[in-house]
Design a protein around this ligand. Structure first.
Ligand SMILES: Cc1cc2nc3c(=O)[nH]c(=O)nc-3n(C[C@H](O)[C@H](O)[C@H](O)COP(=O)(O)OP(=O)(O)OC[C@H]3O[C@@H](n4cnc5c(N)ncnc54)[C@H](O)[C@@H]3O)c2cc1C
Length: 438
């Protein structure tokens, strides 16, 4: 059973919790999770600033790994998602050309081992659950609130067309394109550069009704399994979402059309997408052909090298702003959730404002090595999954087969050691223990 014991609000009626003014920049999964974490711990003055006129997420699925499930349980958010979530029973890795199953992993023991299984949900449901919970707990959201910059000495936010807003703490959860990270790095004489990986993603959601007439596709949406087809320069992840009423497909593929564009996206069509996967198994192509007609968006995937630090005075980076990742081990949002849980746990322990710098330093010390490592695991997994046919690919496939019986896997998402390290750590407990040692 997923631990749903919510984070206890601070035990003592400490004035700092009520009076500390926290400005969170960005209402993505990271920013909203932090708002939930802080408001749930008793912080009364939490404001989230979001550029967009409305908050929301792209229409796509997202995997909620056991470590993220645990955090959502602490936040009192998990139960709101459950009705729509699909609990994955396992994962299957298949060869791109003939659909041969190379590796199959059961997730039956995840809950026993780590206290939580893996779920898959629609991003919009996760986002809404976090937003509703944040507002219910008393956090404030300001939309149309574009932050132009930070005064790090004064802990002030500069918003378009408004006087500077003063806070006690600023949390920059402004995503991979984070302007605040750029400003922070420039102050250290560093250049802020996201790196085009050459990879891009298409996201497609199919309603159940379009799959039901084909027995093979019906079997795909009926099985609570994540299927990955792996091939040269690409792989595709697919699983049912929305209580198995919809089927989510995400491709990640090398693309020479999108990586360097200004807004990191390119318009594409179904025909272009189908051409890209020409020669792949008919099972996948049948799914892709069912994509709604019209334009598709191709998203460029970028990463960032590990930063030298996440803190500048009373401003701190969080989530993709701090550790943007490739999606190949499904840990971007999961690590964002862990950041939020750790930061809110540590801040709730501060007795006075003077304690905040030590809490921020501990947040960085606990979170940065782990998040940077997860980014590296995702990169390695992409490299391993995207091999061209040949000797190295055959050796990889043999390793994947051996991994099913417990060996080291080139696919870190399915690798037992990596899972132990990712899923086995209760970051809230760790933060509690570390703070007690101060
Ligand atoms: C194809 C793909 C699949 C993925 N699959 C998974 C998965 O299965 N599991 C998983 O855990 N992770 C997954 N991820 C990663 C996950 O989506 C991200 O890590 C996570 O959403 C990042 O959240 P964030 O809050 O840091 O950033 P974002 O979601 O980018 O949010 C940043 C917010 O800040 C706002 N903003 C930016 N600048 C400003 C400003 N100056 N002022 C005010 N507001 C501003 C933006 O408008 C935005 O709303 C995937 C990613 C991709 C690309």
């Amino acid at each position: 059973m997923v631990a749903t014991a919510e984070m206890p609000a601070a035990v003592l009626p400490r004035a700092i919790l009520a009076n500390l003014s926290v400005g969170i920049v960005g209402a993505g999964i990271g920013g909203l999770a932090t708002a939930v974490g802080l408001a749930g711990r008793g912080f009364k003055r939490v404001t989230v600033y979001e550029s967009a006129p409305e908050v929301g997420e792209v229409g796509a699925g997202i995997q909620v790994a056991p470590n993220f499930c645990r955090v959502l349980g602490h936040f009192g958010v998990f139960d709101r998602l459950k009705a729509q979530a699909v609990r994955l029973e396992g994962a299957s890795v298949r060869r791109y050309s003939d659909n041969e199953q190379i590796n199959s992993t059961s997730f039956a023991s995840l809950e026993e081992e780590y206290g939580a299984p893996t779920y898959v949900v629609h991003r919009a449901d996760l986002h809404k659950a976090l937003l509703d919970r944040a507002l219910e707990l008393g956090a404030t959201l300001q939309t149309n609130a574009h932050v132009e910059g930070v005064n790090f000495e004064k802990t002030e936010l500069k918003l378009q067309g408004r006087p500077a807003l003063s806070h006690d703490l600023i949390i920059a959860a402004d995503g991979i394109k984070s302007g605040i990270r750029g400003q922070m790095m420039a102050r250290r004489g560093e250049v802020d550069e996201t790196i085009p990986t050459g990879e891009a993603a298409y996201r497609v959601i199919l309603p159940r009704r379009v799959m039901e007439s084909d027995p093979e596709l019906k079997a795909l949406i009926d099985a609570p399994i994540a299927t990955r087809w792996i091939g040269p320069d690409a792989h595709v992840v697919a699983y049912p979402i929305k209580a198995q009423e919809a089927f989510n497909i995400v491709t990640t593929h090398i693309s020479n059309t999108v990586g360097l564009t200004e807004d990191w996206t390119a318009r594409a069509s179904k025909d272009i997408m189908l051409k890209r996967f020409d020669g792949w198994t008919e099972t996948l192509l049948k799914c892709l052909r069912l994509a709604p007609p019209g334009e598709l968006v191709e998203w460029a995937l970028r990463i960032h090298l590990p930063l030298t630090g996440w803190i500048d005075n009373h401003t701190v980076l969080l989530a993709d702003a701090a550790h943007a990742t490739l999606p190949h081990i499904a840990q971007g949002a999961a690590q964002a959730g862990e950041d939020a849980a750790v930061l809110s746990t540590l801040l709730a322990k501060c007795q006075t404002k003077e304690d905040i710098p030590a809490a921020l330093r501990m947040y960085e010390r606990l979170r940065k090595p782990r998040a940077d490592w997860a980014v590296e695991m995702a990169r390695i997994t992409g490299e391993n999954l995207h091999m061209a046919d040949g000797a190295a690919q055959k050796a990889r496939d043999e390793a994947l087969k051996r991994a099913a019986a417990g060996g080291k896997s080139p696919d870190r998402w399915g690798d037992k050691d990596t899972q132990r390290r990712l899923y086995g750590l209760d970051v809230v407990k760790q933060a509690d223990q570390e703070y007690a040692r101060l």
